[in-house]
Design a protein around this ligand. Structure first.
Ligand code: SF4
Ligand code: FES
Length: 248
């Protein structure tokens, strides 16, 4: 396939960015999207030009670092896949592909297609953990019975990889889907109850302090989430927050 790529180039956080056109040929439909960008970068390096900076790590859909806005959709046109698992067969010969970084005030651009997602780390630090004594007196996991339905929902919430596609897809740049997944994975389990009140208050307060917008129930986050995290988690987080507010 021969393609035209329109890629956001920005030297650093303070520089003014712009879209730059690139032509790329002989793209195999079996290449992943990131492999296609690797080919482009090899060509740019051979020509003595600056390669395009983009985030990636596992390339297996588990680390959440490959954050690209492709043709106006977070992680591109496929469903339930990350950018690293998107394949070029989803595009046609002659296509023009727009490639941009996540667009959200709380995720400032560092360079080209790389954004700073440390806001998510700070939300996690505010409460995305449980305090467990691991000094050798740890209780056997099977000693705490957990209803199957809750175990499944907690597991589903825990599959959130923190990629930020939910924020990038939301017209308000809301992080509610991410934060609610992190709250839900503990709220549904007995192990999460000890710190439940502080957790939801602290994580929501940190989310607001980072400058993420509010949820207005549009649902774009759920559609674009590569892990299929359900909006049901946002409803659960709102209930947890209300409960915690009454406890003071
Ligand atoms: S909720 Fe989905 S889109 Fe948002 S960070 Fe988690 S995996 Fe990514
Ligand atoms: S590179 Fe890890 S999820 Fe894509």
């Amino acid at each position: 396939m021969n393609l035209t790529l329109k890629i956001w180039r920005q030297k650093n956080a303070n520089a003014k960015g712009k879209m730059v056109d690139y032509q790329i040929s002989n793209v195999s439909p079996d290449m992943s999207f990131l492999e296609m960008l690797d080919v482009l970068n090899t060509e740019l390096i051979e020509k003595g030009e600056e390669p395009v900076s983009f985030d990636h790590d596992c390339r297996e859909g588990i680390c959440g670092s490959c954050s690209l806005y492709i043709n106006g959709e977070a992680h591109g046109p496929d469903r339930l896949v990350t950018t690293c698992q998107l394949h070029m067969r989803k595009f046609k010969d002659g296509d023009t592909i727009y490639i941009e970084p996540w667009r959200a005030k709380a995720f400032p651009v560092i360079k080209d297609l790389i954004v700073d997602r440390s806001a998510f780390d700070r939300v996690q630090h505010a409460g995305g953990f449980i305090s467990v004594n691991t000094s050798g007196n740890t209780q056997d996991a099977n000693a705490i019975p957990i209803e199957k339905a809750n175990a499944d929902k907690a597991f589903d919430a825990a599959t959130c990889i923190g990629c930020g596609a939910c924020v990038a897809s939301c017209k308000n740049s809301s992080a509610m889907l991410f934060v609610s997944a992190k709250v839900s994975q503990f709220a549904l389990l007995p192990q999460g109850q000890v710190e439940a009140t502080d957790r939801v208050m602290n994580m929501v307060n940190q989310m607001d302090a980072e400058g993420f917008g509010n949820c207005t129930n549009t649902g774009a986050c759920e559609v674009e989430c590569p892990k299929g995290i359900s909006l049901e988690n946002i409803a659960r987080m709102n209930r947890e927050y209300l409960k915690a507010s009454f406890k003071g």
